[in-house]
Design a protein around this ligand. Structure first.
Ligand code: ADP
Ligand code: MG
Length: 232
């Protein structure tokens, strides 16, 4: 058919992205002109010493923070051009975020925590509960859905957080040291869950300090002093 070309549209394209804090002598270049592409279905591990800019990069990828300079294309959308409301919608619909400290709502049950992003997304009430239960089943927590976070172990709380992060079928799942607060056997459970999600086609970027964790990924981006010094 003629010379039709398939244009590959990456999920993430960062071009010369910088993030500065402070000014003058106190200027901190948390990110210094980083370039990064993440394609659909990729599993990328982000590594680097403490203070190297990993969380800053994740917060920008997750639209929790804006770059000082540079361009961020998320699924072809130019993120810097969006206002705060549009960014909030984008976070709700395109992004899932998993944090080291889970960040669950303490006054809400596991089920309610997973329901919440669907309420914001305007999913009809009649469909929400069934979808939330399916997500909790996927992470192996159906029988704990009426429990509050403080009635769950760390690993169980993180699995609720993962169910919440994937409930709106995000195009990108971000996890910033998701196993940093977990013991080794629970870490294994959570990593197996990420492997499974990756097999199902989710695009995943995960920050870790541990080689064991990074081995699960297809690619590793190494950060140093606000720069990506190696992608392998
Ligand atoms: P990492 O996650 O790799 O440990 P961070 O992205 O948290 O690194 O931090 C990168 C650099 O930016 C560090 O020097 C840190 O002190 C600085 N930094 C991060 N957040 C802020 C902030 N809100 N205000 C000032 N400096 C910050
Ligand atoms: Mg960090």
């Amino acid at each position: 058919m003629g010379n039709q070309q398939t244009i590959k549209n990456p999920v993430v394209k960062l071009e010369n992205v910088s993030k500065f804090y402070g000014q003058g002598n106190l200027l901190v270049k948390a990110l210094d002109k980083i370039n990064l592409e993440v394609n659909k279905g990729d599993y990328l591990a982000v590594m680097g010493a403490s203070g190297s800019g990993k969380s800053t990069a994740m917060n920008i990828l997750g639209c929790l923070d804006r770059p000082t300079h540079g361009s961020y294309l998320l699924n072809g959308l130019q993120v810097e051009e969006l206002n705060d409301d549009a960014l909030a919608d984008l976070r709700n619909q395109e992004l899932g975020f998993v944090f080291q400290q889970f960040h669950l709502l303490q006054d809400a049950t596991a089920l309610e925590n997973v329901l919440l992003p669907m309420i914001y997304a305007g999913i009809p009430q009649s469909a929400r509960e069934e979808l939330a239960k399916q997500a909790l089943e996927k992470v192996g927590l159906m029988e704990r859905m009426q429990n509050y976070p403080n009635q769950l172990s760390g690993g169980q709380q993180q699995r609720v957080a993962i169910a919440r992060a994937i409930i709106n079928q995000p195009s990108l799942l971000l996890a910033d040291e998701p196993t940093g607060a977990l013991d080794s056997s629970t870490t294994e459970d959570v990593l197996n869950l990420f492997d499974e999600l990756h097999k199902q086609g989710i695009t995943l970027v995960l920050v870790t300090h541990e080689d064991e964790v990074a081995k699960r990924a297809q690619k590793v981006a190494k950060f140093k002093d606000g720069k990506i010094i190696e992608i392998s």
